[in-house]
Design a protein around this ligand. Sequence first.
Ligand code: IPM
Ligand code: MN
Length: 355
Amino acid sequence: MGDRRYRIAVIGGDGIGPEVTDQALKSLDAVADRCGFSVDTNHYDLGGTRYLATGEVLPESVVEELASHDAVLIGAVGRPDVPPGILERGLLLKLRFDFDLYVNLRPVKLLPGVPTPITGLTPERCDILIARENTEGPYCDAGGVLRKGTPAEVAIQESLNTRFGVGRIVTFAFEQALLRRRRLTLCHKTNVLTYAGDLWNRTVHELSENYPHVEVDYVHVDAMCLYLVTSPERFDVVVTDNLFGDIITDLGAAVQGGMGLAASGNLNPERDYPSIFEPVHGSAPDIVGLGWANPVAAVLSVAMCLAHLGEGVAASIVEEAAAAVVPTMNSMGGPDMGATTEELGDRIAVAVAGA
Ligand code: IPM
Ligand code: MN
């Protein structure tokens, strides 16, 4: 073993979360062996099942323990019998905020051999990196309610946008564009959200002076939904606010072949806290235990984790192994995948281990 050693916290979570995470961990072990580093995993029992059993969502002591790791992997959390908001706010968003994970990085990349619902779309035309702001916007829990339950109820849900918060995600996006095709698109709704939109727009233009070789473009979020389907080749790196990013990355997942393929990283680029990597999909309680869950999104999230840890070669090996196995699948999830979740996890791990 080399002396590179990583401590990874694993939250399998609910539903298919633990199923896909187990498969992704096989590839992580295989690539560690192959590339000469070691990984210590610590499993944390968190999510809806733990909440229903104990009433606990995320104790502060666990937050502290998680913070001592090099990275965190999450499968999925959520159960139909847990009311909305409890796990989202209490676990996922709490960690994003507590760890200042201000980048939610979501690639939208069509892999060769993947059936996409967009007729005629080819991988060459679909390779996008969406940098979603992850600590501000309407996700801040700013707002309140008046006269609740009466016919005159008022609900206020505010969107917070700071020069600091917008500046750091836009800078991150420019840096990513430099590593890619050098094109940055701001996605917003500046024609209606004139206060926040103006802040975003001015920030992008001010910071663009530091990046004279990056071409800057703008698209309204509604038009983004259209272009993402009709002409994804317009985009290289896209920077956007928290809620727009949430919405357009689900559409992006559909374009790239489905939720079973969409990976994400919640990053703190300064490494003050561990970054968190998770598939974009949810816990899919309707298919739990059937072997129908596609583990590729979880595997690709491990690849993003490795890239963040500085293990670039290992990241490429895992990504390529997943890309090599995908064309052997009949569908990207469900009863007709052509193999079970576990068989696919094994196939990818074998490809990772290599010759
Ligand atoms: C996502 C999810 C989360 C979000 C929810 C579960 C809080 O939809 O990661 O995209 O809205 O960010
Ligand atoms: Mn979402």
